[in-house]
Design a protein around this ligand. Structure first.
Ligand code: SF4
Length: 317
């Protein structure tokens, strides 16, 4: 298949991919759901990177956001509750050349998936992890999730969630070998695009917490944020997310923050009054586990047997 790049460029590509090449079935989320914005942004990032759709894999667990692989024109795997990350690590361990995307939610990742979350961040395999955080279990209709704010009325806590919410940013930042942590809202398209693009360019596990609108079950979580953008602080730095003026007009509070500064990132993440937006932490030099896990891929059976024998000989008396 041949195509010509748009905008009158004379560059001729063997294949030129359009947004349609990355799109799957018709998305069936509720009207006004923030998941649409994230899906469209992933399509755009892939289109702009011109990655062949057959070289990408979208992996998910269970929840509203975990329907994302169905809406991608790439390979996809809709897995088990809380197990998106181990599945993605498995894909990467055997097919390291594939571009891996993970869609998970606050219930899926921070509750039943909390163990895999911690170990996957430490493994730092090359993938983009998008956590759609709407502070509620939406698919199962309004149960308290680990990030439900205290006092939020849910079907499991009609009198209000009794505990303060878990902080996904401080926890992720606290994991050894963490390499990329960002936070963004689903309702600012330029910032969402630049954040996911930066996450995709990073080699390692890019953890992106997306504050996501669920107008059906947790409007009280994001509505005040939308109405009061002054409660956010936008992180600026030449090594951070590129911010255009339209983003700065919406989020007027800005602070200079070098994403290499882990302690500074932790301080920003702990601030409940001013929520950070942008790239909190970036370490491009962290160990990427597939560099270790895949070194024997491609070896012949004879070479593998010889390696096993050599390892066993180490114990010979
Ligand atoms: Fe989106 Fe909430 Fe509807 Fe789920 S229940 S599709 S999160 S709006």
């Amino acid at each position: 298949m041949f195509g010509i790049k748009a905008d009158w460029s004379l560059d001729v590509f063997e294949r030129y991919f359009t947004l349609g090449d990355y799109s799957g079935g018709e998305a069936r989320w509720c009207p006004g759901c923030g998941d649409f914005a994230v899906l469209n942004t992933v399509h755009r990032v892939l289109r702009d990177a011109q990655l062949p759709p057959e070289k990408s894999v979208a992996v998910s667990g269970i929840g509203c956001s975990s329907r994302l692989p169905h809406y991608m024109g790439t390979y996809g795997l809709h897995g088990l509750h809380g197990r998106a990350l181990p599945l993605a690590n498995g894909v990467k361990a055997h097919r390291p050349e594939l571009d891996v995307w993970v869609a998970t939610g606050d219930g899926d990742c921070f509750s039943i998936g909390a163990g895999p979350w911690i170990h996957s961040v430490r493994l730092n395999m090359d993938m983009v992890v998008l956590v759609f955080d709407n502070a509620i279990y939406g698919l199962t209709k309004k149960q308290t999730s680990p990030t439900s704010p205290a006092g939020m009325k849910t079907n499991t806590h009609p009198g209000g969630a009794p505990l303060p919410p878990l902080n996904p940013l401080t926890i992720t930042l606290g994991i050894t070998n963490v390499s990329f942590v960002a936070q963004v809202t689903d309702w600012n398209p330029p910032l969402l695009y630049q954040t996911i693009k930066k996450a995709h360019e990073h080699r390692g596990t890019s953890f992106v917490r997306i504050l996501q609108r669920c107008p059906v079950f947790s409007e009280s979580f994001t509505k005040p944020m939308q109405e009061h953008p002054e409660q956010f602080v936008l992180l600026e730095h030449e090594n951070g997310i590129q911010l255009d003026d339209s983003v700065k007009r919406v989020f007027a509070n800005t602070v200079e923050h070098d994403p290499r500064d882990w302690l500074g990132a932790m301080k920003l993440a702990k601030d409940d009054e001013k929520l950070p937006l942008g790239l909190l932490y970036h370490d491009p030099d962290a160990i990427v586990y597939e560099d270790i896990a895949t070194r024997n891929i491609g070896k012949s059976d004879e070479e593998k047997i010889a390696a096993i024998n050599a390892a066993m000989d180490a114990f010979a008396i």
